[in-house]
Design a protein around this ligand. Structure first.
Ligand SMILES: Nc1ncnc2c1ncn2[C@@H]1O[C@H](COP(=O)(O)OP(=O)(O)OP(=O)(O)O)[C@@H](O)[C@H]1O
Length: 232
């Protein structure tokens, strides 16, 4: 699994002003890596994540996902791509409050037009993988923050996607729980050889330092791109 960005530009126009959220980004991301994206507020981190996940399209440049150009997909192709190729993890978990843990994990199958019940064995297996086998019938309100994020990680894995995108996944957790989630995400990135990558946006430099590669954005450009010495 490889993602290749070439000369990616994303510009917003607000009033008469133009803001270059991403200003000519060139980057290669390989599977098997846990990558973090850091930088000051407004540097372009969320814009970058949205482009990788086909939630948004660049104004110019190319984004190749496993050799396939995804920069200019139509709406239907974009959502099909997202459903099958990308798992999303958010700061505030985004679980459905009326559903149990296993049902939340199975939601991507529901969105893909399959019955929830049919996905139950897979959902239970994934809950086991994230250490929550005994919480399958709990609702989100009956879980701790760390447990809710584990459910969200399991949900992101439901379609077995080659790319997991995480937006501040530890931002709402205490540091011990955050470290455990970081370890889980590292396992998720490493467990399938080179066929899956995890890309995480974070303000937490300590969390970023624990990943394989730290990309620093500044004013829409890559300011630095460093691999950890342990894995380079
Ligand atoms: N929908 C939008 N409309 C107009 N401008 C936007 C929009 N989204 C982002 N921007 C601008 O693009 C730039 C990059 O924003 P982005 O959200 O990608 O930064 P960020 O690094 O994720 O910031 P933060 O750490 O605060 O979340 C900022 O100047 C922002 O104001």
């Amino acid at each position: 699994m490889t993602i290749e960005l070439s000369d990616v530009v994303r510009e917003y126009r607000v009033g008469g002003q133009r803001v270059r959220a991403l200003d000519g980004v060139n980057l290669h991301i390989d599977g098997g890596n846990f990558v973090s994206v850091v930088g000051p507020s407004g540097a372009g981190k969320s814009t970058f994540l949205h482009l990788l996940g086909a939630l948004d399209s660049p104004d110019s440049g190319s984004i190749k996902f496993g050799g396939r150009e995804i920069a200019n997909l139509g709406d239907d192709e974009q959502s099909e791509f997202r459903r099958h190729k990308v798992g999303f993890i958010f700061q505030f978990f985004n679980l459905l409050p009326t559903m149990s843990a296993w049902e939340n994990v199975a939601v991507p199958k529901l969105v893909d037009g399959q019955p929830l019940k049919k996905a139950k064995p897979d959902a239970l297996r994934l809950l086991g993988l994230v250490g929550l086998a005994d919480r399958a019938e709990h609702r989100p309100s009956e879980l701790s923050g760390g447990q809710m994020q584990r459910v969200a990680v399991a949900r992101a894995l439901m379609m077995d996607p080659p790319l997991i995108l995480a937006d501040e996944p530890t931002g709402n957790l205490d540091s011990k729980t955050g470290t455990a989630i970081m370890e889980l995400l590292a396992d998720v990135a490493h467990e399938r050889g080179t066929s899956r990558a995890v890309v995480m946006v974070t303000h937490n430099l300590e969390a970023a330092a624990a990943t394989d590669r730290v990309i620093t954005l500044q004013d829409g450009k890559i300011e630095s791109d460093e691999y950890s010495s342990a894995r380079s």
